[in-house]
Design a protein around this ligand. Structure first.
Ligand code: KG4
Ligand code: ZN
Length: 342
């Protein structure tokens, strides 16, 4: 019987619609991106200060056909060149996911192609395989709007959770702190911009960890600290030193991540490290992660465009899943708001 996993080259059309980006990409052999189209809804949600789920779903519905057509056109492929369809089935906003899942199902049915259901988090991790030669096993720091975790990527399909956040995700903290500083959504890139012009003069809390067994992340204390600082300054009628607060927050938020990554690398002896997820686009995090090279670590992070939500990472994850023998989904595939990390 013909087996997709045995084919020499695989061209995958991937769709991602888990939040506020409608995305489609064509990816060859997991590491080469032929096209990567992203229709962002950031401007639409900005006036609400965050993503409004129903508005996101409706805008995915409006955008998805054009996004898929453009991705095919830019890649210079027709349906006959496509070996499989991949789609993010979770985690994310249910209504948003359903748009991508149903479009992918319709394509798979109409074109008679196998359909692969990919987890968003595994997609973020796979962003590191694009244009790179990274191979498991390695440690991955997962930092997005929904996750803050260190996992050990055992192979292309299996990951083991080592530590995660007890409360807010780091991206969520960036977004909330930006909001109290009066900066637009999404907060991460805005804080980064302001931080460039500021000095980290405020001493902010960084939770300390005693060892690997009790390792965790926590961002609610840091977020509350900034909220209280802003209220105090406002009550005194002082101008907000936005750039200094942004620089101080970013420094502490990143320090927590780097301290944990160092500890895990030292204790486990794993020196191959990758970072993934929207916050991995952060320049302070990337340059602090580079410091780990001094301790003999190999440090990987995706190009910024593959850090935040995109479909190329989903196409890459699907390629490696197929090579590991993952079975295709059937047309009853459902979207899931949450998906376990491991
Ligand atoms: O991976 P992503 O696009 O969506 C989720 O899966 O959550 O991550 C979005 C998060 C947002 O919280 C956003 O503020 C943050 O990533 N982010 C950043 C930067 N770019 C995006 N945080 C810090 N610095 C950045 N440059
Ligand atoms: Zn994401």
């Amino acid at each position: 019987m013909y087996k997709l996993s045995e084919k020499e080259h695989l061209t995958i059309l991937a769709i991602e619609s888990s939040c506020d980006e409608t995305a489609c990409a064509v990816v060859r052999d997991g590491r080469t991106v032929l096209s990567n189209v992203i229709a962002t809804q950031i401007e639409i949600h900005r006036r609400f200060g965050g993503v409004v789920p129903e508005i996101a779903s409706r805008n995915h519905t409006l955008a998805i056909e054009n996004v898929v057509r453009e991705a095919m056109q830019k890649a210079g492929v027709t349906k006959d060149d496509i070996d499989a369809i991949a789609v993010t089935y979770g985690a994310g906003l249910l209504g948003a996911l359903l748009v991508g899942v149903n479009f992918a199902k319709a394509l798979a049915y109409a074109w008679d192609k196998p359909l692969y259901a990919i987890s968003h988090v595994k997609g973020h991790i796979a962003g590191n395989y694009i244009d790179s030669d990274l191979e498991p096993p390695y440690l991955c720091l997962l930092v997005s709007g929904g996750h803050t975790a260190i996992v050990r990527v055992e192979d292309y399909e299996n990951i083991t959770l080592i530590a995660q956040s007890r409360d807010d995700a780091v991206g969520e903290a960036f977004d909330k702190v930006a909001r109290v500083l009066g900066l637009p959504y999404p907060g991460g890139p805005e804080i980064q911009k302001k931080a460039r012009e500021g000095k980290a003069v405020y001493d902010m809390p960084v939770p300390k960890s005693n060892g690997l067994d009790s390792l965790y992340f926590s961002y609610s204390g840091l977020k509350t600290f900034v909220i209280n600082l802003v209220h105090k300054l406002e009550q005194r009628g002082e101008d907000l030193p936005i750039c200094d607060i942004a620089a101080s927050f970013q420094k502490c938020a990143v320090k927590q991540l780097i301290d944990a990554l160092k500890l895990v690398s030292e204790k486990t002896g794993v020196k191959k490290i990758a970072i993934a997820g929207g916050v991995s686009a952060n320049e302070e995090l990337r340059s602090r992660a580079d410091e780990l090279k001094e301790a003999g670590c190999e440090v990987h992070y995706p190009k910024p465009i593959y850090c935040t939500d995109n479909a190329a990472m989903i196409g890459s994850a699907a390629y490696f899943a197929i090579k590991c023998g993952k079975a295709p989904a059937d047309l009853s595939l459902d979207a899931k708001a949450t998906v376990p990390l491991q």
